[in-house]
Design a protein. Structure first.
Lengths: 142, 112
């Protein structure tokens, strides 16, 4: 299988995020991930886009969120790009903390930790042209 | 969002007709359940039948309801789809919520 890629683009409104999730889930299933892992990848795509809308655009519509999906023989890569306010990289470091008793009853703050728990690689890059959250999931046999 | 409620005497069963409990609906869900709690319903069975996706915002809204109920109240979740169950497990929320297979078991659990 050669690498294949597509880019999804939505307005920065929570109303459209589910469409990204549905597409990513189908690609994950096609790539050979189990239904459970495909659900997790869908969840991560949604969380990453929600994070961009909430933090880069402060929950306001009118911005652009792009999700670049790249399917390689050994891994599925997602890049969530926005042109809003950069995220404090420290938030991703804090997200390495496990889900434990101290945070179980928090009403927010789970999104990035879900990415850390469910994906094999998570990184964030900010540049003048925009911000990019990269997620990778190894495929079976990859 | 569409919520359907059945007062079973000892507990209020709340069902949603939405397929996804996510950031789009989390705030409204939290407010609507909050209103039910303020109206005096302290024992709630939340049926997630037909819900095939919950994100961290949806989860946060359910946590908020649990906290609003306080120590005198109780919340049981039932009819949870496999994918949603995975999400509860991933975030360890399966340790916070009582999750039961059916509505009847949820109502029974709150009747004792």
């Amino acid at each position: 299988m050669h690498a294949s890629a597509l880019t999804l683009s939505i307005d920065s409104s929570f109303d459209h995020v589910f469409l990204v999730g549905l597409v990513v889930r189908q690609i994950a299933l096609f790539a050979g991930l189990s239904p459970e892992d495909s659900s997790r990848v869908e969840l991560c795509a949604v969380e990453a886009v929600n994070n961009a809308i909430q933090h880069a655009y402060e929950g306001r519509p009118g911005g652009v969120v792009e999700v670049h999906v790249r399917l390689e023989p050994t891994a599925l890569h997602l890049e969530v790009r926005d042109r809003g306010r950069p995220m404090d990289p420290q938030r991703l470091e804090v997200a390495e903390l496990p889900f434990d008793e101290r945070t179980l009853l928090d009403e927010s703050g789970r999104g990035l930790r879900i990415l850390r728990a469910a994906m094999d690689e998570v990184s964030y890059h900010s540049a003048p042209a925009g911000n990019c959250l990269r997620l990778s999931k190894r495929l079976p046999g990859g | 969002m569409e919520l359907e409620c059945s007062d079973m005497g000892t507990a209020l069963v709340v069902r949603t007709r939405e397929r996804r409990l996510d950031a789009r609906l989390a705030s409204e869900f939290k407010d609507r359940i909050g209103q039910l709690i303020e109206a005096g319903h302290r024992r709630i069975v939340l049926s997630l039948a037909g819900v095939d996706f919950v994100d961290s915002s949806g989860l946060g809204a359910i946590v908020s309801c649990l906290k609003k109920l306080g120590p005198a109240g109780d919340l049981v979740i039932c009819e949870v789809a496999d994918g949603v169950q995975q999400m509860f497990k991933l975030t360890r929320m399966d340790r916070v919520f009582r999750i039961l297979p059916t509505e009847a078991e949820g109502v029974a659990a709150l009747s004792v």
